[in-house]
Design a protein around this ligand. Sequence first.
Ligand code: ASP
Ligand code: MG
Length: 444
Amino acid sequence: MKILKFGGTSLASAQRIINAAHLVDGNSNNLVVLSAMSGITNTLSDIYLDLLNGRSEKASDQISKINLHFNETAYQLFEKSDYLHIALEEINSSFIEIKAFNETTRIKELLSYGEIITARLFSHYLNSIGRKNTLIDALDFMILNDDGEPDMEAISQRIKKHIDPRLKNHLYITQGFICRDKNGKISNLKRGGSDYTATIIGAAILAENITIWTDIDGLHNNDPRYVSDTKAITDLNFDEAAELAYFGAKILHPSSIRPARDKNIPVLLKNTLDPEAAGTLISENKVVKGIKAIAAKDGIQIIRIQSGRMLMAHGFLKRVFSVFDHFKVPVDVITTSEVSVSITIENNSMINAIIFELQKLGDVELIENCSIISAVGSNISINPKVLAPLFSCLSLIQPRMISLGGSRNNITIVLDSDKKISALNLLNESIFRSHHEVLLNNPD
Ligand code: ASP
Ligand code: MG
């Protein structure tokens, strides 16, 4: 079985849905994971806020807008075929439910409609062109455990019940993103979670490979929004891809590499707008020397705790981390000196309470509006030839924290967000356009 995942931009219009459907080959068993048409999840989340804040008129305007968008898409997909009637009926009944929502509605329930309606349209479209398929409802098998993480065992058992091993070249369709929590309530895998659905399913059924279809030709070696002439990377190993996804490469959900790595299932990133382009293959490939890519993640806060008492005191870090543990806040980057420790977290609404607790351990300074820049590549942190071009531009980058050696595959710089763009460009110049690559290919 092959897994194919189409993101929202690849399903943004009837024409894009048609193009995506034609990318699914008929010569193997395929399971297609679908996001909501682009913009729908955002609009549903705006509607939720409008309902919550008593702006019911604005909410119903927005509801009508997406209702119309789905109806128009159905007209364009099915024209006069029998499926038009079925699709319009289904859309209509979903919107009767959506219109009945009010300020007590759970946001996760509201958000689920984007994927639910989009998957039905896709499935009907394939039927309408003679491609028989089975629509499996993700809410029937995608479930979370007590920790709110996907329950791999249960997912694997449940999804297998929907797959008929006797069928050859069959096509299955399911929704990305949506799932149920341990109490059976509708939940989701966080924004952008359809990638994660695809790799979870891939691991659950030991798929041959997983292709993530998106609107860019793979993972780039720097952020194309801020740096010109970035290049798609053709090969990455799982560790490199996981670091890049976590530290800012927007193209992949941060957790999505883990299930594929656990079961060694290759993940291919491809561009629906340029299907011939090679894309990026993420697999257990051989290690290539040098920095493969640079990525940045915004919305970071640095918390610096300084304590005279820390000097030689054992157990200090344990107490610091128990505060973050108590608030269930993940920590990204840490640097320490003899008397202080700096820690980064993603912007957190509990920050005042966290600081209050930390102040019991020492003086606390909060530095906001920071970004993390990561340089990623296999074993880079122990390769002097890699470090030279990176360190040569550090003084111009003005970092607040640097972390090297935590992972062999990642060198991390934390800096003020307003210095991020110039830092990305400086690093690009120094690493990818300098003699760095020549050096790497000529040992000594
Ligand atoms: N529709 C969801 C979102 O916009 C999930 C996804 O697209 O992956 O976040
Ligand atoms: Mg996405």
